[in-house]
Design a protein around this ligand. Sequence first.
Ligand SMILES: [Zn+2]
Length: 233
Amino acid sequence: MIASIQKINTAIQHLLYPHFCSGCGVDFISTKEFLCAKCCSSLPVTQFSHIPFNPIEKIFIGRVPVHAAGSIYYFTKSSLLQHLLVQLKYNNNKEAGFFLGRQLGILLKATDRFNSIDCIVPLPLHPKKQYQRGYNQVDLIGDGMAAVWPKKLLKEAVSRKIYTKTQTQESRISRWENMEGAFEVREPNSLRDKHVLLIDDVITTGASLEACGTAILAVPGTRLSIATVAYTI
Ligand SMILES: [Zn+2]
């Protein structure tokens, strides 16, 4: 009898407050989850962030000293992950950012190599770009991470002072030439003697992360780690 009443109650709740999976659109009962279990398990997890010299760390060898680096998902075109990243970057989908950040936070929290992180710094956008977009999508990822991993989130510690256009057609060397000196630490005291985790949505060449990481490491006593939601092979 009680079970039946609970079932009816759940059905009424479902009718009043329907909830759809943001991946496949299936209507499911849980009002908390962003993706259904099937979509969640379909995201391609890299499973290498706990391993030294993983593909993300190799990107930075000889460029900037990194304590640890990792990514949670492989980026593939026309995938659910690409859909979520587009939602996050261009449609101000805070839920997508929070979900992806939460997933990344849960992963790193369980990975010993990131235990000594003191604070999280989202890769900043240039103020002009942030004004045009209305927000920095990486801040939203940081919000999700900080919700599951008790680390200080410093959204204002670093700023981007050089406006760069989309660099997809440029070589790695010219990207670096464009990025060198592009970032400035605005709050050195908040980073001094800290192990800083610099985060971004997607890593390709790592030029922006390298330039921003170099600026962070100029603050005395800092150590640098890097994490992104997606890794483009
Ligand atoms: Zn789904």
